[in-house]
Design a protein around this ligand. Structure first.
Ligand SMILES: [Zn+2]
Length: 438
């Protein structure tokens, strides 16, 4: 049996040791033509032995020893080393090993892959980085018309770039700094086609967008604004609970859930329970009504109405509640333009619930994973491949001038939008990265 299984090479002999296979091989066909002028007629001009790492075999490291010949052309006088097919000579690895490392490093630690191959962890890191970059480049996610920039917690807070209309994530950045985000945005294809950018209230996002996408409208996602009202309510509720006796506290089972719920979403029983508490605890009742009034600002039909509604709301907050609702008020002042922009375009991040699920899933992902591996896990997951394999939705022909070639090309390269946000928690849950290995 041919242990080598590599086209264009013949196996000479194999030496097996405790931890290694040493495989001696040579090119099946001798070089006959000059690499420079293409003419026939070359003479030997020396040789060198190269040691190329290959796939581990039977749990042992494998190296291929191959003599590369150097030739000199009789016609042009130039010399050259013959080319070794299937080899990444820069890395001294077979192409199939490079591919294997890429696949393995999504699932295993760099150190365990490095140990199996017999190279350093740093080499694995570099090979993996190049591997995933090639994959990302090949996927070429479409630049969204409507871009979402959010935060996701993968060990640390990261920036996630989303296609809001397609509900997909198409990149995750290592951090949320202005420089990182601006550089990535600058690298998007056709970035001027981005019309809207929804962000959370994180100043570096706003600054990055302003510098790279000056024509895009920036909208602070509604959810990120109104949740500050819930946070204020929580502050009041917790302060109140701290002063209650244990018996009183028991009477307030599920209070958090009910207080954060919108009034019109309460069912009859919930409404009754909440009313009881609000009657007993006037501070809670006050906070609840202020929260509800804050939500109603978003019922405004125009930006002017919203401005007026906010001012009305602000004036209605009594002195003793100013502290708890201070963050909401300050956010509105610091981000007024981006918050108000919502009332022109009604843009929200419809995938907020998916991101919340994702945060819950990633909380279970232990420390010590490399960011690159998690990013690859998310972006190279089955999602995009499945999307690509599926027949794209029927699209009306826009112009009769389209050539056959163009149409065929489009069929071969379906537009990719990224990984569906709703599938991300599952992808990470199924992650076979084992934290104990690290
Ligand atoms: Zn030549």
């Amino acid at each position: 049996m041919d242990l080598l299984q590599l086209d264009d090479f013949d196996l000479i002999r194999v030496v097996e040791e405790d931890h290694d296979f040493h495989i001696y091989a040579k090119l099946s066909d001798e070089t006959t033509h000059c690499e420079h002028c293409g003419k026939y007629g070359i003479i030997g001009f020396g040789r060198r032995e190269q040691i190329i790492k290959d796939l581990p075999r039977l749990g042992k490291r494998s190296s291929i020893y191959v003599e590369t010949r150097r030739w000199r052309c009789k016609h042009c006088g130039k010399t050259f080393y013959e080319n070794l097919p299937h080899m990444d000579e820069k890395r001294r690895m077979t192409d199939r090993l490079v591919q294997w490392i890429g696949e393995q490093a999504v699932r295993r630690t760099y150190s365990s892959v490095a140990d199996g191959v017999g190279v350093t962890e740093g080499t694995i890191r570099l090979v993996f980085a190049e591997y995933v970059q090639r994959k990302y480049d090949a996927m070429r996610f479409a630049t969204p018309r409507w871009l979402g920039i959010d935060e996701i917690h993968l060990i640390k807070p990261r920036c996630v770039l989303t296609n809001v209309e397609k509900l997909t994530a198409f990149d995750i950045l290592e951090n949320r700094n202005k420089k990182t985000v601006a550089e990535r945005l600058a690298w998007l294809d056709h970035r001027r086609s981005i019309e809207l950018v929804t962000i959370d209230m994180w100043r570096p996002y706003r600054d990055a967008v302003a510098s790279v996408l000056p024509d895009a409208t920036v909208v602070v996602d509604k959810f990120h604004v109104v949740r500050m009202l819930n946070a204020a309510c929580e502050t009041v509720r917790k302060a109140l609970r701290a002063e209650l006796t244990p018996a009183e506290r028991r009477g307030l089972v599920n209070d958090r859930f009910l207080i954060l719920k919108r009034k019109h979403r309460l069912n009859g029983k919930e409404h009754m329970m909440l009313s009881g508490w609000l009657e007993n605890y006037p501070a809670l009742a006050m906070a609840y009504e202020i929260k509800e009034a804050g939500y109603r600002i978003y019922d405004a039909k125009t930006r002017d109405e919203a401005d007026a509604a906010f001012e009305e709301w602000r004036a209605s907050v009594p002195q003793e509640m100013k502290g708890a609702f201070g963050d909401f008020e300050r956010a509105w002042r610091n981000w007024r333009e981006e918050i108000i922009a919502y009332f022109d375009c009604r843009a929200t991040n419809a995938y907020t619930e998916s991101l919340n699920n994702l945060i819950r899933a990633t909380n279970r992902v232990g420390r010590g994973y490399s960011f690159e591996a998690l990013r690859a896990k998310v972006l190279l997951s089955e999602g995009p491949e499945k999307q690509a394999a599926a027949r794209p939705a029927f699209q009306k022909m826009l112009s009769r001038d389209l050539t056959i070639e163009r149409t065929v090309h489009q069929m071969r390269a379906p537009t990719r939008y990224g990984t569906l946000l709703s599938t991300l928690p599952e992808i990470l849950r199924k992650s076979d990265l084992d934290p104990k290995q690290l």
